[in-house]
Each structure stands twice: as structure tokens, then as C-alpha cells.
Design a protein around this ligand. Structure first.
Ligand code: SF4
Length: 325
């Protein structure tokens, strides 16, 4: 990838600003960005633009695929991803101009493709809030938000306004209803039942919501009872559709996740080594088994379901996609 250990990638060093706050053992730094929206056309995906207001995420999920993104900042210690959060400050006028460009393209803007836009930093810095305020001025813009946080409820009124004049959906990432397991996997994310409460509040308020069962963790969250409980709960909470995706163990995440497994679930290490022996993707036979299981359970409980790779590309024809989670 051409990134030197401990050295910010070319072009990054000039963007990295000073630390402007520190609390709960987390340091917040400025990351200057010419633009918050990034045009995404590297491969066919259901969105054309990505928007991630923060780099790093305090919620510290053991399986977080975005951990590698800190390496571009010269941050190689895995803990830095959770403890040094970079905030992309911007003003509303610039955001309105960027979102107007996105609307012109008619492509979906996906908030939170890498890190959570409603992570704890948002309480203070409100970058995501500014994005929504700007989006409210760009009627017709297409927006999708992915989060594990209940903080999204703060923006219910704005989301309702957006839903009335534009396209918006909120995807709740909830891999398990087991609170004890969730606490071990996602140490600082809100409890799963509270995420479902937030989903209910949004859906009741007229904001389209979806359940993202992502990632599915082999032998930890892939059992039929867990899937059934999630899908039933999502149906009750008013989610329009559920999607799933099996764990992706790219470099940067693989090391953290295996360290977690060795400490917390050592008996599962050989199975994960087998499933992820040759690739960051799980073995095809496991993925096929999981897809069949999901479809079966979703049909049984009456919840609309699709595989992540079957999402329409830019709102057009469903096609096979490689993973980007
Ligand atoms: S909430 Fe999302 S971005 Fe944050 S650590 Fe968890 S998986 Fe990563």
C-alpha cells in the first residue's frame, strides 16, 4: 500500500491540525479537509459519494474494518484508532455547495461508510449535524446514514424534514441482541436494545430505517436464534429491510480481532484461522451457508431481507459487489 510505518501519507501531514480537546482519555484533533464529500467510483457500490466526518472511532469495536485508515495518518498503534479522533471541521456553506454537486450527480451520499458519524465526538463537535442542516437546504439530495449510536435521535426533526423533501435512510448496525457479548465486541457502543429503541423512534417519526446485521461473526453471532431475534425486533421497530454481511478481516483489523479472540474466545481461534486462512473474506462455503440461513429465517419471520451485495448500484440494477464495510 506504500504507507510507511509511523509516517503520515503524502498530503496528510499538512491537513493534520492541533489537538483541541481531550476528555475521557480520548484526544480530539483537527483534520483539515478541502471537501468532506468524496466521490467514490473505485468499484460498483450503492452510493456515489462517501462522507465520514471523523477519522477513528471511540466505540472501539473489535472487528472494526476502518482501523487501517489511521495508518494514513502515521498512527500504527491499534489503540490510537480508538483514542485519537480526527475531526473534519467545516462550515455549512461549503457543505451546501458540496451537497448541491452531489444532488446534480443524482448519486447517493453515504454517511458513515468508514467510521460512525454519531460516535461520542459528535455530541461535542456536531459535524454530522451540520451536514444534515446543509442537506436540508439541498432539496432532492440522496442521503444514507449508517450508525450504531442512539445519538441519531437528537436529529429526528431534521431527518423528518429531509425525508419529506429528499431521500434519506438510517441504517442501524446491530450484530447481536446479546448485551454481554455486545459489550465485549463493541465496548463503547450503545446497548443493542437502545439502538432498536432509536430505530423505533425514527421509523415512527417517518424516517426510513434499515437493520444492518454487520458484521456476522462466525460462531459468535451467526446462530439462528440470534438472527431470528434481530429480524423480529427489526420488524417490530419498523425497519423497511434487513441486510447482512459476514466479517471482513483486512490487515489492521485482523491483528486486533485475533488478539481479542485469543483473550476472550480462545477455543474459536482454530475455526477463524480455517475460515480466513487465505483471504480477508470468509470461505465461500461459509458465506453461502449464511446467506441461505438468513433468507430462511427472514422469510419465516416476515422481514424483508437482502444480501449487501444485492443492493442496487446507484439505485439501478442489483449486481455482484465486492465488500466495502
Ligand atoms: S462504531 Fe463503527 S466505526 Fe466505530 S469502532 Fe464500531 S465499527 Fe468502527
Amino acid at each position: 500500500m506504500g504507507i510507511k510505518q509511523g509516517v503520515p501519507a503524502p498530503g496528510m501531514r499538512n491537513r493534520m491540525g492541533p489537538t483541541f480537546d481531550e476528555r475521557r482519555g480520548v484526544e480530539y484533533r483537527e483534520l483539515r479537509a478541502a471537501s468532506l464529500l468524496n466521490r467514490f467510483n473505485a468499484r460498483p457500490m450503492p452510493f456515489g459519494w462517501t462522507l465520514n466526518p471523523y477519522r477513528g472511532c471511540e466505540m472501539a469495536c473489535k472487528y472494526c474494518f476502518a482501523r487501517y485508515t489511521h495508518e494514513f495518518l502515521g498512527e500504527n498503534d491499534p489503540v490510537a484508532f480508538e483514542r485519537r479522533i480526527y475531526v473534519k471541521l467545516t462550515d455549512r456553506d461549503s457543505l451546501v455547495a458540496e451537497l448541491t454537486r452531489a444532488r446534480k450527480s443524482a448519486l447517493l451520499v453515504a454517511l458513515g461508510t468508514a467510521t460512525d458519524p454519531y460516535q461520542p465526538a459528535e455530541t461535542q463537535f456536531q459535524v454530522t449535524r451540520r451536514v444534515l442542516e446543509a442537506a436540508a437546504k439541498v432539496v432532492g439530495v440522496r442521503l444514507s446514514i449508517t450508525t450504531k449510536s442512539t445519538l441519531v435521535r437528537r436529529d429526528l426533526a431534521l431527518l423528518r424534514e429531509l425525508a419529506a423533501g429528499s431521500e434519506v435512510s438510517v441504517n442501524f448496525s446491530i450484530p447481536t441482541l446479546d448485551q454481554t457479548l455486545a459489550r465485549r465486541l463493541e465496548p463503547r457502543a450503545p446497548r443493542p436494545d437502545l439502538r432498536f429503541e432509536a430505530m423505533t423512534a425514527l421509523a415512527t417519526g417517518g424516517v426510513p430505517t434499515r437493520l444492518f446485521i454487520m458484521p456476522v461473526l462466525p460462531r459468535l453471532t451467526d446462530g439462528e436464534p440470534n438472527l431470528r431475534a434481530l429480524l423480529v425486533r427489526a420488524r417490530e421497530a419498523g425497519a423497511q429491510i434487513a441486510e447482512s454481511n459476514v466479517l471482513f478481516l483486512r490487515r489492521g483489523t485482523r491483528e486486533t480481532f485475533f488478539e481479542f479472540l485469543r483473550a476472550e474466545f480462545p477455543e474459536l481461534v482454530p475455526e477463524y484461522e480455517r475460515l480466513y486462512a487465505d483471504s480477508a473474506y470468509a470461505r465461500n462455503d461459509y458465506v453461502a451457508e449464511m446467506n441461505a440461513r438468513f433468507r430462511r429465517v427472514a422469510d419465516a419471520v416476515g422481514m424483508k431481507y437482502r444480501r449487501r451485495e444485492d443492493r442496487p448500484v446507484d439505485g439501478k440494477t442489483p449486481r455482484q459487489l465486492s465488500l466495502l464495510w
